[in-house]
Design a protein around this ligand. Structure first.
Ligand code: HEC
Length: 119
């Protein structure tokens, strides 16, 4: 059993590297706040969306999207269309900074999807 485990682990780590890294990130994040967890089979865009959110948005909107310095963005899909949400993130609004030129279009699309699907 031990030797089989020893052989299998490196393979699992290689193929599921992103999931393993995500699991570690999630465990760390849960320690200080409630970042929504992604399922283990989350695709690359969602993983990117969570990374962008953690790096660029959570300090104002909170780990769980419940707000703080910024407004709550939970259940945002009930208030804004995707186009409106992209416009706010790209161009900014009042004290919400603009991310046009800071994030790529792909990163904005990814964080939009993460927030809409998980918050
Ligand atoms: C410096 C703090 C700050 C950061 C960083 C920040 N926001 Fe905001 N955000 C705000 C504030 C403040 C508002 C409310 C703006 C207003 O009053 O019009 C807001 C509003 C929003 C809204 C509109 C909410 C609504 O109900 O209409 C969305 C969507 C949003 N932010 C997404 C993001 C995303 C995604 C990121 C990261 C890429 C981000 N924000 C980063 C402060 C911030």
């Amino acid at each position: 059993m031990t030797s089989q485990y020893g052989l299998i682990m490196p393979l699992r780590l290689r193929s599921h590297g992103a999931a393993v890294a995500l699991a570690i990130t999630s465990v760390l994040a849960v320690g200080c706040a409630e970042t929504p967890l992604l399922p283990e089979n989350a695709d690359a865009e969602l993983v990117m969306g969570q990374d962008v959110y953690t790096a660029k948005c959570s300090r104002c909107h909170g780990a769980s999207g419940a707000g703080g310095l910024g407004s709550s963005i939970r259940d945002i899909s009930e208030r804004l269309t995707e186009a409106e949400q992209i416009a706010v993130v790209s161009a900014g609004r009042n004290s919400m900074p603009r991310f046009d030129g800071v994030l790529t279009d792909a990163e904005i699309a990814a964080v939009l999807r993460y927030v809409r699907e998980f918050m």
